[in-house]
Design a protein around this ligand. Structure first.
Ligand code: SER
Length: 315
């Protein structure tokens, strides 16, 4: 059934594709972000909304009357370490503004968490849903505090709020911005354009990753699941895990002269704190989550789509 859906942070890596997907499903979608309308290109209506501007947020919500809100606006891990207090403000105050409006307008809410909630003391392989959570990045701290906050609003005010702990997301339509896992997108552009890439992570730095099509399908599936099937405040959500070296080897199957070298920087320190793989059996049991893209499928889809977008040949 078509719904009125508001997307906050619609111009980001996830928001861009979520907006298109929900629009193509026949919903009435309003995309919002802080970007100038001349620099965005949505198939839907678009408005400037800063999640820190509570009055504007309220105006838009009271006028559009969304049944569902996806709050995707955030500062990611690497940028967050450069501007920790600003990241905290955007990630936390932005969420509080949306939660307070959810109390008033009773919309259903999606809010993204991340594998970054886990820290160096968390078991790194098959990280369980419930485990040691001691993040050291401001991004991870804001995401874990956010998980507790949405659970509080859920129980205290009877709201319907759902959340996923996204792994690194890999997509070709919109670029990621300021994350630790961004290398796994950049590498494809560099492989196609220059046949070489300098990676800022260690060659063996394995991280949980997912192709965007899976992420969007899973997100919408979570939102459409019956309310009583949702048991966790924010679900572990996983597909595949790979290291930069494994990704480069897979790319070489398509571009044989592709070369990669490594100059690990401070982002490798962040990646080092995160899990290598995630146990997402709760999501698979509670609302039938299942990923479709393994590494070979993901690499083929990324290379073909980016080559087409850049009007380049692969070899
Ligand atoms: N991809 C995100 C980042 O690297 C993790 O949530 O910051």
């Amino acid at each position: 059934m078509a719904q009125r859906i508001l997307i906050l942070g619609a111009a980001g890596q996830i928001g861009t594709e979520l907006t298109e997907f929900l629009h193509n499903q026949g919903n009435n979608v309003l995309a919002t972000d802080i970007k100038d309308p001349n620099y965005v290109n949505f198939p839907t209506e678009y408005e400037i909304v800063d999640v820190l501007d509570r009055d504007k947020l309220q105006q838009v919500i009271s006028k559009f009357k969304p049944e569902v809100v996806y709050h995707m606006a955030a500062i990611l891990s690497a940028t967050g370490e450069k501007i920790p207090l600003k990241a905290w403000e955007i990630n936390m105050q932005g969420l509080i503004n949306v939660l307070e409006l959810a109390r008033e307008y009773r919309f259903k809410l999606f809010w993204p968490s991340s594998i970054a909630i886990f820290g160096p003391t968390t078991p790194k392989d098959n990280t369980p849903q419930h485990t040691i959570v001691e993040p050291l990045t401001i991004y991870g701290i804001s995401k874990y505090a956010g998980e507790r906050l949405i659970d509080y609003y859920k129980h205290r005010y009877g709201l319907d709020i759902r959340s996923l702990r996204y792994p690194g997301l890999i997509s070709w339509k919109a670029l990621p911005g300021g994350g630790t896992t961004d290398y796994a997108v950049e590498i494809f552009y560099e492989a196609i354009k220059n046949h070489r890439y300098t990676c800022y992570l260690d060659p063996y730095r394995t991280l949980p990753m997912m192709y965007m099509d899976d992420a969007i399908r899973g997100t919408v599936q979570l939102m459409e699941a019956p309310r009583d099937s949702i048991k966790e405040a924010s679900y572990n959500f996983s597909a595949i895990s790979f290291s930069p070296q494994e990704l480069a080897d897979e790319i070489k199957k398509h571009i044989p002269d592709f070369e990669i070298n490594y100059e690990p920087d401070e982002r490798d320190q962040l990646a080092q704190q995160w899990p290598r793989s995630i146990d997402d059996s709760r999501a698979r049991e509670d609302w039938n989550w299942k990923h479709e893209y393994d590494l070979p499928l993901l690499v083929t889809a990324m290379l073909e789509n980016i080559a087409r977008k850049l009007n380049k040949q692969l070899t």
